[in-house]
Design a protein around this ligand. Structure first.
Ligand code: 5AD
Ligand code: SF4
Length: 437
């Protein structure tokens, strides 16, 4: 590699989960604090691809993006690969894609400015360390200006589900300290956030000493200016009584729960190392619904896990029917290198898994539509996040997490809206008279 001028502008493209969106925002803030200007993907001198390794399809996307960037009409930018592919495939990326200048893992991106300087000096720069001292302490203070903001409270995973790369790419479960989180929440609110979504691979495993996630939620609810609190993603075995009670007691905690069960067969759950059975999951949902009857229940499902029989798959359909989701995500099992399930007997033919996926998606889509339809005629508060496609149209979120299109209001308003119509993916609302709340 030869040396070149240091880049003066950047663009971050995030793939995958919300934690990547959060990391992408923080990398952007870091680069901006170093004097780089944000630009679009066609002109930026540095492109950060913040990648996802969860399924093969997601991981492969990065290589096609690198190929495109290497041939960019406006000149090849400096390319940094960040995120979970960087962590998992580190040096291999450099071998496979020579156009890459920087590789930086999810626990090391506070070093991005130094890595960029190294690359500008002509040295390929790689950092996939998982340092004991958290990157958060090295990052600049938040200055996001948006009505809805993410706040990572916990990272990593100790659960080791047999299909999942997260424990390897993100490392062990680590909770950020209480004081740092209250401080960051304050900075987000100062920047205009009215809603904060607490993020973690196992967000409900967050703790600081004797304090659990519900204590943090209660403390955040006391902050003036903050109207809404959400959290994601949770694991059933960390769904403690205090958090369930918070859904009853804390008004600012939104009625939405993303709690993946993954499969409906106890045999498959065991092979997945999920540490809970279907009965325990359903009892948990009953308890959450007793605390907050209107709660929107979201989930994740994997079909075609090794050894999944027709009967196992039917059990997954039964579980979906028993729950009644407001929304759910379903995936075809993707064997990931280094995970135990990738070498298990009984790998399922792709066409069988595809057929199961389609059969699962049908009831989920019906349930989602039914959930949306049930809100028609109701009034609810909508937090306006951005403008819609048509002039004057705005897009916001209902308490249950649905997108709501309305004519009127401004970004950051929390307004009372009557739901007039429902589609599969969004609602249409009318601003109620005297609506500002
Ligand atoms: N194949 C398919 N889906 C997966 N997920 C995690 N690992 C895999 C895999 N190897 C799904 C799980 C998880 C969601 C984020 O992605 O459902 O909850
Ligand atoms: Fe992956 Fe399971 Fe951890 Fe979720 S709980 S991140 S699915 S290992």
């Amino acid at each position: 590699m030869t040396s070149r001028p240091a880049p003066k502008s950047f663009h971050v493209k995030s793939f995958g989960c919300q934690m990547n969106v959060y990391d992408g925002a923080r990398m952007g803030e870091l680069l901006a604090s170093e004097g780089l200007r944000q630009a679009d993907a066609d002109t930026a001198e540095l492109i950060v691809l913040n990648t996802c390794h969860i399924r093969e399809k997601a991981a492969e996307k990065v290589y096609s993006d690198i190929g495109r960037l290497a041939k960019r009409k406006t000149g090849k930018p400096m390319i940094a690969v960040a995120g979970c592919v960087a962590q998992a495939e580190g040096p291999e990326i450099a071998r496979r894609a020579r156009a890459v200048d920087v590789v930086v893992g999810p626990q090391a991106y506070h070093n991005l400015p130094r890595l960029v300087r190294d690359a500008a000096a002509g040295r390929f720069a790689l950092d996939t360390d998982m340092p004991a001292l958290s990157k958060f302490e090295a990052l600049p203070k938040r200055r996001v200006q948006a009505p809805s903001a993410f706040l990572t409270v916990q990272e990593g995973c100790d659960k080791f589900c047999t299909y999942c790369v997260v424990p390897y790419t993100r490392g062990a479960e680590v909770s950020r300290p209480w004081a740092a989180l209250i401080d960051e929440a304050g900075a987000l609110i100062d920047g205009g956030a009215r809603e904060i979504t607490l993020l973690g691979q196992n967000v409900n495993a967050w703790r600081d000493g004797a304090r659990g996630l519900h204590d943090l939620i209660e403390a955040l609810a006391l902050l003036p200016g903050l109207a809404r609190i959400r959290y994601t993603t949770s694991h059933p075995t960390d769904m403690h009584d205090g958090l369930i009670a918070a859904h009853r007691d804390v008004e600012k905690l939104m009625p939405f729960l993303h709690l993946p069960v993954q499969a409906g067969s106890d045999r498959i759950l065991k092979a997945m190392n999920r540490a809970h059975d279907v009965g325990a999951y359903l009892r948990l949902i009953d308890r959450v619904r007793a605390a907050r009857p209107d709660i929107a229940v979201s989930g994740d499902y994997i079909v075609g896990f090794p050894g999944e029989s027709d009967a196992d798959f039917e059990a997954t359909l039964d579980v979906v029917r028993a729950i009644g989701h407001a929304q759910a995500f379903s995936f075809r099992y993707s064997p990931r290198p280094g995970t135990p399930a990738a070498t298990m007997d009984g790998q399922i033919e792709p066409h069988v898994a595809d057929e199961r996926l389609q059969r699962l998606q049908a009831p989920i889509a019906e349930q989602q539509m039914a959930f949306n339809r049930a809100t028609v005629g109701k009034s609810c508060a909508v937090l306006i996040e951005r403008s819609g496609k048509r002039p004057g149209q705005m897009l916001g979120k209902s308490p249950w997490g649905q997108s709501v299109l309305i004519d009127g209001g401004a970004i950051g308003d929390l307004i009372d809206v009557e739901i007039a119509a429902a589609g599969p993916l969004s609602l249409n609302g009318r601003v109620s008279a005297l609506a500002m709340v």
